[in-house]
Design a protein around this ligand. Structure first.
Ligand code: 5GP
Ligand code: ZN
Length: 143
């Protein structure tokens, strides 16, 4: 996509601090990391897809294999890792080219990736369960 910053990184029109690259996948340091320590990394398919729902399963598996390798490397020198993948504006997706964040975590860090939990009232979890099972059935019927 002409206007996509990650397509430009994948095609080398914009430089990046690359960590891994093959025909389909590239991983590089996030320019504005959650923490300067440890190497907050982004893993993307070179081909443009906006969200996880669009990426072919085989390619997704290749991306995840790279996510796993880089997570292993980061964990050599960090206490933990968050793997994050935002879909849609409401979920905090700013770059509309699918990417996985690998965020190094430290016992004493100030990164906030938590939420205040809600509690289901009577019957609510059953209702959500039924609704989602139906939606999933529809999705499973499609290729
Ligand atoms: P999102 O909020 O869309 O999940 O995250 C997009 C990420 O891409 C942000 O963490 C941001 O710092 C990173 N980013 C945006 N533009 C560039 C860029 O030109 N180069 C690099 N390396 N990272 C970028
Ligand atoms: Zn793109």
């Amino acid at each position: 996509m002409d206007d996509c910053v990650f397509c430009k990184i994948a095609s080398k029109q914009i430089p990046c601090f690359s960590l891994y690259e093959d025909d389909d996948v590239i991983a590089f340091l996030d320019i504005a990391p959650a923490t300067k320590k440890g190497g907050h990394t982004l893993v993307i398919p070179k081909k443009h897809y906006e969200s996880i729902t669009e990426v072919p399963d085989e390619l997704l598996a290749k991306i995840m294999a790279v996510v796993k390798k880089i997570t292993n490397a980061i964990l050599k020198d960090a206490d933990g890792v968050n793997v994050l993948q935002n879909n849609g504006k409401a979920a905090g997706q700013f770059v509309k080219h699918i990417h996985f964040h690998i965020v190094p975590r430290y016992n004493d860090d100030k990164i906030g990736i938590t939420w205040e939990c809600e509690k289901y009232d009577g019957g609510e979890i059953e209702k959500e369960h039924e609704k989602l099972k139906k939606l999933l059935e529809e999705c499973l019927l499609k290729p």
